[in-house]
Design a protein around this ligand. Structure first.
Ligand code: NA7
Length: 555
């Protein structure tokens, strides 16, 4: 018999078996892999991009940068790493964050267990074997005892349903899927659709290059200045020296996982002058922490109005043309209920002679023609179109995977009325399937890296517990999940957040159920709850050894 005849056909190749399959090699997937290796578990990471970095791999639009200070938007798990990496600016630009992700991949030798350019298409739980069968876009399949979805919250770019988009003859770019080569808009007429965080960062940079820039605004957005600049050696050294306290504070004290002053008073406790002075100082300090000048801005509409009025006043001061200023002043949602944007010169950009603002709130874009965006019968000609139209947030990337749990239930079927999880970590009926920063956890309302590290550590500890006890499966009970979903909703509805048509609510995707997805209770409360659950023998989760029947999960 010849050697070739002895080789089994492709579909007969033994299926590679891993302890854990991780989906995604962004900041969550990379750290998960690092922890799994440390535990001596075999792991395979599948990543659809050609490199690590997740969000920071895809979002390469001009002006893209973090809205949390770099010294805090960074891993804390390795002191050597946090002591050795040099950030150049207070808020790192995207290329630097991507360089950091690559540095981490190299430093911890992660690449050998990451398969790039490969999408996970399907994951199906085999109830007899207690394993997941994971099928990938290269036509192969592997098995794993556990699957960890590290798919990211803002990773599924949303193309708008605008008639004629495919007819446009010029270049079309989505901010969340930006090309890898630099794009130079010099001499071009550029149309930007959308005025969320991405557009607010991109518009000032594009305006510097473009011959003409037209911004199509459906909803005016609140934005505060980043007050970005070079990171001083003193500030960097201060952080390095104080990292143990800074990180502990971010995990255990700060609601949003950011080391910053915690507000101790209501906006209504101060008179006009004192309040204005405090907002002014928050504005001068810069960044998302503007929302934490007072402790009730997101709880009380009257308090919220004081912050919103302050920012509207700033817009009126910055934008010279009063009609433009009025259009740019948000009036349809309380400040902060859509994620507060952080900018460098956004509002001032509208003072430039080459920049036009088109209000599409009452007159939506009618169509895109071969060379223009048409609004109210008028054609705004453009050579390039920038779609800053956001993401199918939090659930979009999970939904793209065909996930089949117990009794052949699909996750998309189960979540048809909105995502349901226990602690954002697991969903009933899908054993051994973990989600990092999933819906029902603080995730996008927090410093993502703090929340990622917390989830990864919790999952790693859980896997050790299962190994030590000889357990084969863990799954959320329906009862615990129902209670948690109710709690998440209750907390959300005690705030002003549900008043906005935001991506937190799924409101940016036609037909997506309106459910407030992240958990508002705050990072410390949430962490404590997760720790208590683990300390109480993984309360609310059903765990079983291989031979046991899984009945608890159905109770
Ligand atoms: P966002 O915040 O979802 O913003 C998307 C923007 O695009 C927003 O202004 C939308 O208006 C607008 N949009 C979406 N679809 C359309 C259509 N069809 N026509 C006109 N305008 C449209 O996404 P970003 O990428 O800016 O930011 C996402 C997060 O990334 C951000 O919060 C940070 O956490 C980082 P709308 O407000 O829906 O009226």
């Amino acid at each position: 018999m010849s050697m070739s005849a002895a080789r089994p056909a492709e579909d007969e190749q033994p299926v590679q078996a891993y302890d854990v399959v991780v989906v995604g090699a962004g900041f969550a997937g990379m750290y998960m892999l690092h922890r799994l290796r440390g535990l001596g578990l075999s792991a395979r990471v599948f990543e659809q991009g050609s490199g690590v970095g997740g969000t920071w791999y895809w979002n390469r639009y001009p002006g893209a940068r973090c809205d949390i200070e770099s010294m805090q938007y960074s891993y804390s798990f390795s002191d050597d790493l946090q002591q050795e990496w040099d950030w150049s600016e207070r808020y790192a630009p995207q290329p630097e964050i991507l360089a950091y992700a690559n540095h981490v991949a190299d430093r911890f030798d992660l690449r050998s267990d990451i398969q790039f350019d490969t999408r996970v298409e399907r994951a199906e739980f085999d109830e007899r074997a207690n394993t997941w069968k994971v099928a990938t876009s290269d036509g192969k399949a592997v098995t794993a005892k556990f699957v960890v979805l590290a798919t990211g919250c803002l990773s599924n770019a949303r193309m708008p349903d605008i008639e004629g988009l495919d007819r446009f003859k010029g270049k079309v770019y989505h901010t969340g899927e930006w090309p890898h080569e630099p794009i130079d808009f010099s001499g071009q007429r550029v149309a930007v659709i959308g005025t969320g965080s991405s557009a607010i960062q991109a518009v000032p940079v594009i305006a510097e290059q473009a011959k003409r820039l037209t911004v199509f605004q459906r909803t005016a957005n609140f934005s505060v200045p980043a007050q970005n600049g070079p990171l001083s050696a003193e500030r960097r050294d201060w952080f390095r020296k104080n990292y143990p306290d800074v990180r502990r504070f971010a995990r255990e004290v700060s609601r949003n996982g950011i080391y910053t002053t915690q507000p101790d008073r209501s906006a209504l406790d101060d008179g006009d002058n004192e309040r204005r002075a405090r907002y002014e100082s928050g504005w001068q300090h810069g960044g998302v922490v503007f929302m934490a000048v007072y402790n009730d801005v997101l709880l009380n509409k009257a308090a919220n109005d004081t912050a919103a009025d302050f920012v509207r006043g700033k817009i009126a001061e910055i934008v010279k043309d009063p009609a433009k200023a009025k259009l740019l002043q948000p009036d349809s949602h309380p400040i902060g209920t859509k994620r507060i944007c952080v900018d460098t010169g956004y509002f001032a950009t509208f003072n430039l002679p080459n920049v036009e603002l088109v209000d599409i709130r009452d007159n939506p874009i009618e169509a895109i023609t071969e060379n223009a965006v048409r609004v109210a019968g008028k054609d705004y000609e453009a050579d390039a179109l920038v779609l800053a139209t956001g993401f199918d947030a939090m659930t979009g990337s999970v939904a793209k995977i065909d996930i089949v749990g117990r009794e052949r239930q699909t996750l998309n079927g189960k979540w048809a009325e909105g995502p349901r999880t226990y602690l954002g970590l697991m969903t009933a009926g899908f054993p051994n399937l973990f989600i990092i920063t999933g819906p029902g956890s603080p995730s996008v309302l927090s410093n993502m890296i703090v929340s990622i590290e917390q989830h990864v550590d919790w999952i790693a500890d859980c896997l050790v517990h299962m190994r030590d006890k000889g357990l084969a499966t863990i799954e959320a009970t329906k009862q615990a999940e129902d209670k948690w979903v109710e709690h998440v909703n209750e907390v959300a509805h005690n705030t002003l957040y549900p008043q906005a048509n935001s991506w937190y609510m799924g409101a940016n995707i036609p037909g997506k159920p309106r459910i407030f997805m992240p958990y508002i209770g705050g990072v410390p409360v949430y962490r404590q709850k997760c720790d208590e659950v683990a300390a109480n023998g993984y309360e609310g989760f059903a765990m079983a050894a291989a031979a046991q029947r899984q009945t608890a999960a159905a109770s």
